[in-house]
Design a protein around this ligand. Structure first.
Ligand SMILES: Nc1nc2c(ncn2[C@@H]2O[C@H](COP(=O)(O)OP(=O)(O)OP(=O)(O)O)[C@@H](O)[C@H]2O)c(=O)[nH]1
Length: 221
């Protein structure tokens, strides 16, 4: 066994994803664990599991066990059992669906109720999904930030469709749970390149822009 293998340590974290049906919980989990995305909506009945091992600074291997909870489980008998023992909770809403944001209060209440009973505090993160649909946004960023401030949660905006910031979200949550600080370079490295479909609008010759706008975070592959 090499020195670096001997030095590496393994940790397991249980991360639970909660939020309304169709807010994109399965898609976020699938993007993180399998680098995949499906356009077709398939409701999660009960729950699904995903797993991915990541490395955090300090040669720390962390296996994230992601519990993707079906949106219909709210009010059901099993929900508190699913949340039990979680070190991290992602509260996911769809930025184009205001109701999905409002309903997070109910989801969060369930988490807090569990905490009272078990005396353990999971780390909670607010995740606004579907940022590729920014033009259809109905939940203002200020509302999102206010929720984070009032409830002491961390703040994330992701797109399961393009993959934008999904890995970074899980990485930051894992680091926060374990009390590890990620530096700017590590976070930038985790920013996924945004993949977009190429749309051929016209067959006419393309006119070139002088000094086209530059972005260091977005590229079409
Ligand atoms: N445009 C866009 N669509 C997304 C995104 N994430 C998910 N979707 C779509 O939203 C729909 C619902 O996604 P799911 O991941 O199944 O939602 P869910 O929250 O797991 O739903 P339940 O299983 O009912 O709890 C699907 O059609 C997805 O393709 C995203 O980031 N952008």
């Amino acid at each position: 066994m090499s020195d670096s293998e001997e030095e590496s340590q393994d940790r397991q974290l249980k991360i639970v994803i909660l939020g309304d049906g169709a807010s994109g919980k399965t898609s976020v989990a699938m993007r993180f664990a399998q680098e995949a995305f499906g356009k077709q909506y398939k409701q999660t009945v009960g729950l699904d599991f995903f797993m991915r091992r990541i490395m955090l600074p300090g040669n720390l291997n962390v296996t994230l066990q992601v519990w993707d909870i079906g949106g219909q489980t709210i009010g059901g008998k099993m929900l508190d059992k699913y949340i039990y023992g979680a070190q991290g909770v992602l509260l996911v809403y769809d930025i184009t669906n205001y109701q999905s944001f409002e309903n997070l209060e109910d989801w969060y209440t369930m988490v807090k109720k569990m905490n009272k009973e078990t005396d353990s505090q999971p780390f909670v993160a607010l995740v606004g999904n579907k940022t590729d649909l920014e033009h259809m946004r109905t939940v203002k960023a200020e509302k999102h930030q206010r929720f984070c401030q009032e409830n002491g949660t961390s703040s994330h905006f992701v797109s399961a469709k393009t993959g934008d910031s999904v890995f970074l979200c899980f990485q930051r949550v894992a680091a926060d749970i374990l009390g590890i600080k990620l530096n700017k370079a590590e976070m930038e490295q985790s920013q996924r390149v945004v993949k977009a479909d190429i749309v051929n609008y016209s067959q006419e010759p393309v006119t070139r822009t002088v000094n086209p706008p530059r972005s260091s975070m977005c590229a079409v592959q």
